[in-house]
Design a protein. Structure first.
Length: 405
């Protein structure tokens, strides 16, 4: 990838991004390395590849380094599902129990602990749209807030290292109550994993095959998959945890990684690996209204629907969230069908545009698409948790402050 043409940025101000990341994150050992990609008006405006892919082996980060993108998988799964919606195979207001009959009697948590839960009937059945916008009443075990997410941890549901197949996870979820009635609140959850299961159920084929044949293959996303082929293994980055001291602690050795073999659990919520070039390609399709270079995956109107706030009552995440995403940094942020959506930059206290959409991954990866500015940004590193450092907010300020048109 090379930068070219006029993109309306100050080259000197774009260079401040690299200097900031080097001084704040690389020289201090907070990040092993970082890839930053800024695209505007059909051209690559800025590409920086800094630091290391593997600290112990002193392997430099490269343009084609393969990263675990974790929850940046969610938008790809959501696009896959919306392709089936466009074909009339499923509707957004279909009840989920239509496709998962064992969930017909799911109750809402009142009291108790597994297996002696007290529940009540939900106010309404869970709909497909609830899975796309995380208003399903499902949760994640890592939230460590309630007896319900404790039951997820005990059952091994929604964990990347889970020994359960997706079908087994669906069975386990039929025995755990919902956190709340569908549509009542927003809670980050295994909902997108369930969407992956529905893609498989409705299409009649394997979920991974659908992603490859209908999305990554047509778009030429050659390095995006649920595992890393042997010929590409040397390109997989190491992944790190932030130690209590703030230093890097190895979380996943690329030479021994589970990603080197096909998984048991094909996670639509967090199972893919990718590269900067591949994820940019996916974003180009989105900013192109569902098409890139003549390859159409979705209609323009479907993408517009996906990137509109779908939170009940038009609320933002601070008003409706019951999860770890209710903090003040989400003021002015809504949620669409697979993406967070900026409603009011002033409330978010960040430069940007109403209507931009984005998400990130557990290893501090991030992307955003700003149709008003014809702008895409992709940021890739490998540090868990994503809340370790405020790089996402800092990067937004640095990118928008470099505009010069």
């Amino acid at each position: 990838m090379k930068t070219s043409g006029s993109t309306g940025f100050s080259s000197a101000r774009l260079a401040r991004i690299d200097d900031f990341i080097a001084r704040r994150y690389l020289d201090t050992g907070r990040f092993p390395g970082a890839l930053t990609l800024v695209w505007r008006r059909g051209r690559l405006a800025h590409l920086a590849v800094q630091g290391l892919a593997d600290v112990a082996r002193a392997t430099p980060l490269a343009e084609d380094t393969i990263f675990r993108i974790y929850s940046m998988t969610k938008p790809i799964t959501s696009v896959a599902f919306m392709m089936l919606v466009e074909e009339g195979a499923v509707a957004l207001d279909d009840p989920v129990e239509k496709f998962i009959p064992s969930w017909r009697d799911l109750g809402v948590f009142v009291a108790g602990a597994p297996p002696q839960f007290q529940t009540r009937r939900p106010e309404r059945p869970m709909q497909v749209v609830d899975l796309l916008r995380h208003t399903s009443g499902l949760t994640y075990g890592f939230q460590t807030r309630t007896n319900v997410d404790a039951a997820y941890r005990k059952a091994g549901v929604g964990e990347m290292s889970s020994k359960l197949t997706m079908s087994q996870s669906i069975g386990a979820l039929s025995r755990i109550p919902l956190e709340f009635s569908p549509g009542e609140a927003w809670n980050y959850s295994v909902s997108t994993d369930v969407l992956g299961f529905l893609v498989e159920t409705i299409s009649g084929g394997a979920f991974a095959d659908f992603i490859r044949e209908r999305i990554t293959g047509p778009l030429g996303m050659v390095d995006t998959a649920f595992d890393v082929e042997p010929a590409k293994a040397r390109r997989l980055a190491a992944c790190y945890n932030r130690a209590p001291t703030g230093e890097l602690a190895l979380q996943d050795d690329p030479a021994k990684s589970a990603y080197l073999a096909p998984p048991i659990f094909y996670s639509g919520g967090g199972g893919l690996v990718s590269t900067g070039a591949d994820y940019l390609r996916f974003c180009e399709m989105l900013i192109g209204g569902g098409a890139a270079d003549g390859i159409r995956l979705l209609s323009r109107k479907t993408v517009a629907l996906m990137t509109t706030n779908h939170l009940p009552g038009g609320k933002d995440l601070t008003e409706l969230s019951r999860s770890l995403f209710s903090e003040a940094t989400n003021a002015g942020i809504g949620f669409g069908l697979g993406f967070a959506v900026t409603l009011d930059p002033a409330r978010a206290l960040l430069p940007g545009s109403a209507g931009e959409f984005y998400w990130g991954g557990a290893a501090s990866t991030a992307f955003w698409v700003d149709p008003a500015e014809d702008l895409i940004v992709v940021f890739l590193t490998q540090l868990i948790p994503s809340s370790a450092w405020p790089i996402r907010r800092e990067l937004r300020t640095l990118v928008y402050s470099a505009l010069d048109d």
